[in-house]
Design a protein around this ligand. Structure first.
Ligand code: ADP
Length: 304
């Protein structure tokens, strides 16, 4: 945990930077070099949020984008397993964390700080400090997307994240059952309240694809997320089947999006990634950069 005790400040950091690093509520700072922070959230645990985050990140990288993945799921960090990085420990350079690299991604996981099987009892300030360092104290370099795998639900980590850095958009993962969908609505409302645009909703475990007969069974019902999206005016990013190949690849530490991109689950995730990226691009167009008047130019009426 050496990273948490370092008092060192980046060269050239202003007193405001130091204050913001100490008290996230005081300043929302963008991450130098990182163009879009994309949060992946779910209303509840076990819906496949980490699996989708990891494969979304790989799918984006396969399109040529520069992508980082930050695993902030304190309750069950699974990114080390998903990328065969179990046992990896954080290293640093110049007082900054160096991300691990796998499948073309830069990766930092809260799991890199934890001993295997140790209970995770993070007290608030400790956890927030870790998140702050993962965001602003890591050498992410130039990234088009930093994908953040959030813990399930609508707790402190979600709120702290949006207080610490601008979040360009959120992808919400759910399964088709009513119970999961009720929690999705809570997650969506939370992001709306804090001003983070929802890029869309992915329905995971949408149907079971039998590896023997390729038959399709709708174990958890069907169409729930699509319907909920229509009701809430959200983009539906598609249906990812429950597929044995996805579970096997995940356990083997080889994301399916890289190991077998033509498998139905990998294709569905790649489509969701492309649609989410398009939604982000559309937001960029709709939110023009503020215009700075030329020296001596009179601002237009109504503009300040
Ligand atoms: P969460 O992050 O929401 O808690 P995980 O991503 O850890 O959920 O997924 C829980 C389990 O379900 C993992 O074993 C994972 O491999 C498996 N899983 C997730 N999505 C699928 C899917 N579409 N097909 C097969 N297995 C899946």
């Amino acid at each position: 945990m050496a990273f948490f005790t370092k008092k060192k400040t980046a060269p050239g950091a202003s007193p405001a930077d130091v204050r913001a690093a100490k008290d996230p509520a005081q300043g929302k700072r963008s991450i130098p070099g990182v163009r879009n922070v994309v949060a992946v959230a779910s209303g509840k645990g076990g819906v496949g949020k980490s699996t989708i985050s990891a494969n979304l990140a790989v799918a984006l990288a396969r399109t040529g984008a520069r992508v980082g993945l930050l695993d902030a799921d304190i309750y069950g960090p699974s990114v080390p397993t998903l990328f065969r990085l179990k046992g990896h420990r954080l290293t640093g350079e110049d007082g900054m964390i160096l991300p691990a690299e796998a499948h073309g991604l830069k990766i930092v996981s809260i799991g890199f700080l934890l001993e295997d099987d140790s209970p995770v009892i993070w007290r608030g300030p400790m956890l927030m400090k870790a998140l702050e360092q993962f965001l602003h104290g890591t050498k992410w370099g130039e990234l088009d997307y930093l994908v953040i795998d959030l813990p399930p639900g609508t707790g402190d980590v979600q709120i702290s994240l949006v207080q610490m850095t601008p979040v360009a958009g959120a992808v919400v993962v759910t399964t088709p059952q009513d119970l999961a969908l009720i929690d999705v609505k809570k997650a969506v409302r939370m992001f709306e309240k804090v001003g983070v645009p929802i890029l869309g909703v992915v329905e995971n475990m949408s149907y079971f694809l039998c590896p023997h007969c390729a038959g399709r069974s709708e174990i958890f019902g069907h169409g729930g997320a699509r319907k909920a999206c229509a009701e809430m005016g959200l983009r539906f990013l598609g249906e990812v089947p429950l597929q044995m190949a996805l579970r096997e690849a995940s356990d083997a530490g080889e994301p399916l999006a890289a190991a077998a991109p033509d498998e139905p689950a990998a294709r569905a995730i790649a489509k969701a990634a492309a649609d989410a990226a398009a939604a982000l691009a559309a937001l960029d167009i709709l939110t023009p950069e503020p215009v700075t008047p030329e020296p001596g130019q009179t601002p237009e009426p109504g503009r300040s």
